[in-house]
Every structure is written in C-alpha cells, then in structure tokens.
Design a protein around this ligand. Structure first.
Ligand code: PRP
Length: 215
C-alpha cells in the first residue's frame, strides 16, 4: 500500500528532503520540482505533496495525507487530532514574547495588547501568567506591531534572533521550544500500520544518527 505524505514547503522543506535522502527515499522529483506540487518517490511507494504548514494538518485531518511533517508551532496553535509520532529535531526555534526595550508588557498598568500570528498560543501563555491581554492577529512581519504602536509586545517565533535585533526588539520571555514533527492520521495508522511505522522508523534512525554525530 502506498503512503501519501504532506510536507511543509519553505523553511522545513530542504531539511526534510535531506533526511529522506539519508534513509534511501527517492527524492529527486522533490528536488527538481519546478512549479509542481505532487511528487512520486522514485524508489519507494510514496507520494509527496508540498503545502503550507496549516494545510499539512488539514490534509492529514481529512486522511488525504496519511502522514504530515509540520512545525510544532502550527500544531500548538491548532490542535490536530492526529497522532504526533516523532520529533525530527529540525527547524528548531522558540516561541518568545518580545518588544522594544522601553515598552512595558509584564508590568504595564491597564490594557495590554499583543500582536501575533499565533493567537491561541499567545492567549494561553498570558492566561497561564495570570495577565489579561487583548490579542491582535497579524499575518506576518509581526515585529512591526510594537514599532508602529499597534501592540505593546508580540508573541512570535525566534530562530536566529536576527529579525528582532535588526528591528530593535528584545526577548522578554521564552514561551517554549519548537521543532518539526511527524503527524499521522488515526485511520491511516490502523489501515497502513506497517508502512507508517516503517516510515517513522526510517526517519527516527536519521534523528538518532544526527544526534550521535553532534555529541
Ligand atoms: C519568522 C518569524 C520572525 C522570523 C524569525 O517569520 O515570524 O519574523 O521568522 O527568524 P529569525 O529569528 O531567524 O530572524 P517568517 O520569515 O516566517 O516571515 P513572516 O514574518 O512573513 O511570517
């Protein structure tokens, strides 16, 4: 039985393909992709498609993809109802609260506004801190929000810290670590158990060997 796998395009794409390469998957079509969106593995009975992170969850939710590779950030924002079977330890970054150094977020008296692409993550974090905030959903370039006065602070992903630095923002708190995860549709896990487990084991062996090399 063949597997359908939804991969997140963009930042995670190259690293995911490199992992598949290491365990003998035929990723040539994914590398010479042009504008195509569906790719047959040239060695194994696997079909890949490249979509945005949120759509990875949607395709796996509906069982159109048996498996998905997606960032924990997207999974935390939107509970998926699928099995999360493996941490690929790639695409490592953090959710952080940040702002301009002079702005008050944690000790502000009165109404606190937070700009973010991740309203559920932001709401939960501030609720846990016992701070009542107004969350303003922004679709990108979140760092602009405190600069232009739309928000007192932001909750966003920090990878290298360059975007914050170049815009004069500082980290006020770290919310949690993020990395890419393998998720599996619950029905696929029953119906294609062997194939799914083989795929997860293959990638797990790369995660382990990379960890050994880095020791
Ligand atoms: C993400 C995130 C930050 C930046 C962090 O944005 O929202 O802006 O990357 O990376 P850094 O710490 O390495 O600088 P992305 O590039 O995905 O673009 P977007 O702002 O349009 O969402």
């Amino acid at each position: 039985m063949s597997l359908s796998i939804a991969l997140t395009k963009g930042r995670l794409e190259k690293k995911t393909v490199a992992m598949l390469d290491q365990v003998g998957y035929g990723t040539q079509n994914l590398k010479d992709k042009g504008r195509a969106l569906v790719f047959e593995d040239t060695i194994k009975p696997v079909r890949y498609f490249l979509v945005k992170s949120n759509d990875v969850i949607t395709y796996v939710n509906h069982g159109v993809a048996d498996i998905g590779v997606v960032g924990k950030d997207t999974l935390l924002e939107r509970e998926s109802g699928n099995y999360e079977l493996l941490d690929l330890k790639i695409g490592k970054c953090k959710f952080c609260v940040a702002s301009l150094p002079e702005k008050k977020v944690f000790n502000k008296v009165g109404h606190v506004k937070i700009g973010t692409k991740y309203p559920n993550v932001a709401r939960k974090y501030f609720l846990d801190q016992g701070i009542d905030v107004e969350v303003i959903k922004i679709d990108g370039s979140v760092e602009l929000a405190p600069i232009l006065g739309l928000a007192d602070g932001i909750v966003d992903i920090v990878e290298t810290g360059t975007t914050l630095k170049e815009n004069g923002l500082v980290i006020l708190d770290e919310v949690c670590d993020i990395s890419a995860r393998v998720i599996v549709n619950k029905a696929s896990f029953k119906l294609k158990r062997e194939e799914v487990l083989q795929f997860v084991q293959d990638l797990e062996s790369v995660v382990k060997s990379d960890a050994d090399t880095n020791q």
